[in-house]
Design a protein around this ligand. Structure first.
Ligand SMILES: NC(=O)c1ccc[n+]([C@@H]2O[C@H](COP(=O)([O-])OP(=O)(O)OC[C@H]3O[C@@H](n4cnc5c(N)ncnc54)[C@H](O)[C@@H]3O)[C@@H](O)[C@H]2O)c1
Ligand SMILES: [Zn+2]
Ligand SMILES: [Zn+2]
Length: 314
């Protein structure tokens, strides 16, 4: 095991929904926090890690022996325990984690390192899609998860189309992420716009990052023939699709769960190269002692939270 002194805690939808009591399968009491950066205090059996070093960690603790783990897919371990979800997480000054989960900070700041986990979710979804340069990739949902998907799709060479209902989030994609095409899902001519943007083909990759059942069901219609559809977003209902429409496209439907070390390293590598500047996602920042007063306000859509970051002072 390793002991971390936590310095940054990123807040995500899971934390907000858990606080509201609307996150499925959550058991209480639970200490939240899975987007973390800190200093390594002590590590047992962590080769190459030194006390005092800046680290993050992969908060999906896996069994190492199930069928998924044996296949290298520890991100979807049959007995997965996610810190801050299934077991207590890092909204605390010190946290002990399995040494195998540690990730070197690579010279990045605490803020950057606390953003690695949510970005790795997007990196994993993009890797699942197997994007070829020049492909039209439609990303639906421009929340923090969708933003990461868009960044890594762009880095993979895709022509990214961002879709959302929220104009200010679409504007953020255009201005801060350099996404060339944005489409409001409420527009009456969505199909036409997609057809025009893609030269008549429709997107060969569609990635859902809304977790909204209506959006997920509607998006089957956006798939090009031969396309892949990756569900990064998650919801509780049953998906509905037209079998003949899906069949004639020979489409592929995939889910994308969590991320692996390879994704974490890809994210860190892209940050080090300056290919992404995700600290622009941080819209709200508080000290640890202010969390209790501030947390509820981040649930209010009017506050325009993209990413709230908690700082633990020295
Ligand atoms: N794959 C994983 O392991 C993993 C990890 C973390 C989060 N998630 C999931 O990713 C999803 C996104 O997370 P987030 O934190 O970015 O959420 P978010 O709520 O901040 O963002 C979702 C975005 O989708 C947009 N949206 C909602 N309905 C829409 C519709 N019908 N058409 C177009 N856009 C629509 C919203 O306006 C919003 O901007 C959630 O479902 C979350 O559970 C998955
Ligand atoms: Zn998260
Ligand atoms: Zn396992």
């Amino acid at each position: 095991m390793a002991i971390l002194r936590i310095r940054r805690i990123g807040i995500c939808g899971t934390d907000l929904h858990a606080f509201e009591g609307t996150q499925p399968y959550f058991q209480y009491p639970r200490i939240l926090g899975h987007e973390l950066a800190g200093e390594l205090v002590e590590a047992d059996g962590a080769d190459g890690f030194e006390p005092g070093e800046t680290v993050t960690f992969i908060p999906y603790f896996n069994c190492g022996t199930c069928v998924a783990c044996r296949a290298g897919k520890s991100n979807c371990c049959a007995r997965l325990e996610v810190a801050g979800v299934h077991i207590d997480g890092g909204m605390t000054e010190y946290l002990s984690v399995p040494s195998y989960s540690l990730v070197h900070g690579g010279g990045l700041s605490f803020d950057e390192l606390a953003l690695v986990e949510p970005l790795a979710i997007g990196a994993h979804g993009v890797r699942r899609a197997g994007i070829q340069p020049g492909e039209f990739v439609l990303v639906i949902g421009a929340g923090p998860i969708g933003l990461g998907v868009m960044e890594f799709a762009r880095i993979a060479g895709a022509e990214v189309i961002a879709m959302d209902l929220n104009e200010s989030r679409l504007a953020f994609c255009a201005e801060n992420l350099g996404i060339p095409h944005t489409v409001n899902a409420r527009a009456s001519d969505v199909m036409e716009r997609l057809r025009t943007l893609t030269g008549g083909d429709m997107p060969t990759v569609v990635i859902d990052a809304t977790g909204n059942l209506t959006a997920i069901n509607n998006s089957f219609a956006y798939l090009a023939h031969g396309a892949r559809y990756v569900l990064v977003g998650l919801q509780k209902g049953d998906i509905r699709l037209s079998h003949p429409e899906f069949h004639k496209r020979e489409a592929t439907l995939m889910s994308s769960r969590n991320a692996t070390r390879q994704d974490f390293e890809h994210v860190i590598g892209c940050m080090k190269q300056g290919l992404i500047r995700p600290t622009t996602y941080i819209t709200h920042r508080v000290l640890f002692g202010e969390v209790k007063e501030q947390f509820r306000s981040w649930l209010d859509p009017a506050r325009g939270v993209i990413k709230a970051m908690i700082e633990i002072d020295t």
